[in-house]
Design a protein around this ligand. Structure first.
Ligand code: NAD
Length: 478
């Protein structure tokens, strides 16, 4: 029987206005496993009204910063307690390996501990303006109701930095998870209730972005939009938010270069290339989907990657020995498959994978293309699947020009033992993160943001709290 989820609005568990629901499908079984309220614009109104009211009335604005921090840390404890259950929900919803969701959910708690610790360290300043009898100081005040909108690939992890920082700042929040993976965020709301957050501080609504997204983003009582998702959706959100002069923080797509030089420790570089593209079946914003390989080692790198790709076991994401699960959603599965034809007509050579698998599951085999030119569609468009484009290069300048020749700028990797080169590339790569002799590392302490069309602003780290604060200057004549 399907699990029946409800939305959490103003501290109450509610059905959608009109009572409609939709199914959430398990990408491994292909069957519906959960029933989700089909939220409407009336539900957006109710959730934003609850969040607006909690901002100025009741216990939340009366709480000290330390008390807010303690609540966030309590929430972190509850997430650790419930990690297994939450991880299973996410694996059922998006097909990510249970091994990985279990780690991710536990890691999610760290964001709430971190921002809980920051709540009472948000300080204004006294400014020594050169005027007699004037006391000038700044106050940092919550920006208001924060709309948090998340994608399907890591729902709770991606929401955590935004919610944690916004609540540390004293804001209130309305979250809308992806329509493909609403269940874990609706389940998270229970933990906010158990932790003792005042009603209306955290609200979760479910529904379809194309139906309620514009209304939510444009809502006059929303003060800031914190979004992770596709670049075209981010662009749309920015257009709508601009009409009401709302602040946005946008974490978007990528087409990241992972560069292997001939002096690299090749064993590590191969592992980095494999995890860069095949982890989470390639459904990762930072996927190293363009592998730039120095020509002198090109053939041996290709050979080793092909062997590795052939050893990857596809299967049930709940099983501990599965290496790669299914593609999370049907539309995404069909989109990924469409790139097999695109690559063929672009003239790339497929050295492993590249054909649909028999059977019903939404599985895509690890696929590697050689002979890729950087202007081919497979090298320029975010595929969000396990398709790797290998592009040879001759020297440092050549590698750098290929790496930066993209509309995106989210992540990048460099594999070399040459320190001068490591620094040169770290500074010259136009990307929000550069990994040297490693790939895919991330931390709640470190900013995550994109250059170019990969985003606007950054999240995580101390500075993210200031995205959710107004800075007010007070002048006092005494
Ligand atoms: P998506 O843009 O289709 O959807 C993301 C969210 O936006 C969903 O909740 C959706 O309902 C909502 N939405 C859709 N239209 C909207 C609108 N007009 N207004 C407001 N909300 C709207 O993205 P997706 O397919 O769920 O996720 C995959 C994308 O996310 C990839 O491009 C990936 O690179 C990106 N991503 C980026 C990061 C990062 O940190 N930069 C992390 C993970 C995923």
């Amino acid at each position: 029987m399907n699990a029946n989820y409800k939305m959490f609005v103003g501290g109450n568990w509610v059905e959608a206005d009109g009572g409609k629901r939709f199914d959430s499908d398990n990408p491994f079984t292909g069957r519906s496993w959960a029933s989700i309220p089909h939220g409407t614009t009336a539900d957006v109104d109710a959730a934003v009204a609850a969040a607006k009211s909690a901002l100025t009335t009741g216990d939340w604005p009366a709480m000290s910063a330390s008390q807010r921090g303690a609540l966030l840390r309590k929430l972190g404890d509850l997430i650790v307690e419930e990690a297994d259950r939450l991880a299973e929900i996410e694996t059922r919803d998006n097909g990510k390996l249970l091994n990985e969701t279990s780690l991710q959910i536990r890691y999610t708690a760290q964001f709430y501990y971190y921002y809980g610790g920051m709540a009472d360290k948000i300080e204004g300043a006294v400014i020594p303006v050169e005027k007699p009898n004037i006391h000038n100081y700044t106050r940092l005040e919550p920006i208001g109701v924060v709309a948090v909108i998340t994608p399907w690939n890591s729902p709770l992890l991606i929401a955590a930095g935004k919610i944690g920082a916004a609540l540390a700042a004293g804001c209130t929040v309305v979250v809308k998870p992806s329509e493909f993976t609403s269940a874990s965020t609706l389940a998270l709301a229970e933990l906010f209730e158990r932790a003792g957050f005042p009603k209306g501080v955290l609200n979760v609504i479910s529904g379809f972005g194309h139906e309620i997204g514009d209304y939510f983003v444009g809502h006059p009582d929303v003060g800031c939009v914190a979004f992770t998702g596709g670049t075209s959706t981010g662009q749309r959100i920015n257009e709508v938010a601009a009409k009401t002069f709302k602040k946005t923080v946008l974490e978007l797509g990528g087409k990241s270069p992972n560069i292997i030089f001939e002096d690299a420790d090749l064993d590590n570089a191969i592992l980095g290339a494999v995890s860069g593209i095949f982890a989470a079946s390639g459904q990762s914003c930072v996927a190293g989907s363009r592998l730039l390989v120095q020509r002198s080692i090109h053939d041996q790198v290709v050979e080793r990657l092909v062997d590795f790709a052939k050893s990857i076991k596809l299967g049930d994401p709940m099983a501990p020995d599965t290496h790669m699960g299914p593609i999370a959603t049907r539309p995404q599965y069909e989109r990924v498959l469409s790139y097999f034809d695109i690559a063929r007509s672009d003239g790339a050579e497929c050295v492993v994978g590249g054909t649909p698998l028999d059977g019903d599951g939404q599985f895509v085999q690890p696929t590697i293309y050689t002979g890729v030119k950087n202007d081919m569609r497979i090298a320029q468009e975010e595929i969000f699947g396990p398709l790797l484009s290998i592009i040879p290069f001759d020297d440092d300048d050549h590698a750098l020009s290929i790496a930066n020749d993209t509309l995106y700028g989210l992540a990048s990797g460099v594999w070399t033992q040459n320190m001068q080169r490591a620094f040169r590339f770290s500074h010259a790569l136009q990307a929000g993160q550069v990994w040297v002799n490693m790939y895919r590392a991330a931390s709640y302490m470190t900013p995550l943001g994109g250059y170019k069309r990969s985003g606007l602003g950054s999240e995580n780290g101390k500075d993210h709290v200031y995205d959710y604060l107004h800075k007010k200057a007070v002048w006092m004549n005494y």
